[in-house]
Design a protein around this ligand. Structure first.
Ligand SMILES: [Zn+2]
Length: 149
């Protein structure tokens, strides 16, 4: 086990300090929100500095749970004029409806719940950023496609 470099912490450099943690819950309090419970999560954490890394699946779950609970809390205070619908965002960012739903799920696009339906929060700055990102990814894809030929 001593030869296993992964057990050394890449953040603080402590040796043999990384331990696997399974099925734990975490409580996070984003600014402007009340505490959000997440989990069950899996990951690897340093016993010295407590820095940690969630597994890919847990990271996804974590982001989803935070986004969803933020949306629930925001639903109580956001007014109708502050939200928009998925179709408008589809036009604004120029992506598919599926992609917009995925962005909400991944916590990239803030939203609220009305009943069980999700409505994106109007935020031109975030729309612009997402559109830029989508465009960059499309360009990279094209570049790679050209290279392959
Ligand atoms: Zn550490």
């Amino acid at each position: 086990m001593k030869s296993d470099m992964h057990r050394n912490c890449p953040v603080c450099g402590a040796e043999n300090s990384i331990n696997e943690r399974k099925n734990f819950t975490d409580i996070v309090t984003p600014e402007g929100y009340t505490a959000i419970k997440t989990g069950p999560l899996n990951g690897h954490f340093c016993s010295k500095c407590e820095e940690g890394f969630l597994d890919r699946e847990s990271e996804k779950l974590f982001d989803k749970q935070i986004a969803e609970e933020k949306a629930r809390q925001d639903s109580r205070r956001v007014t109708a004029s502050e939200i928009t619908d998925v179709d408008s965002v589809v036009k604004k960012i120029n992506v598919s409806r599926q992609r917009v739903h995925k962005m909400m799920e991944e916590g990239k696009l803030p939203y609220v719940f009305i009943g069980e339906r999700r409505y994106p929060v109007k935020n031109q700055k975030i729309f612009d950023e997402l559109r830029k990102k989508v465009r960059t990814q499309a360009l990279l894809k094209n570049k790679n496609a050209v290279k392959k030929k």
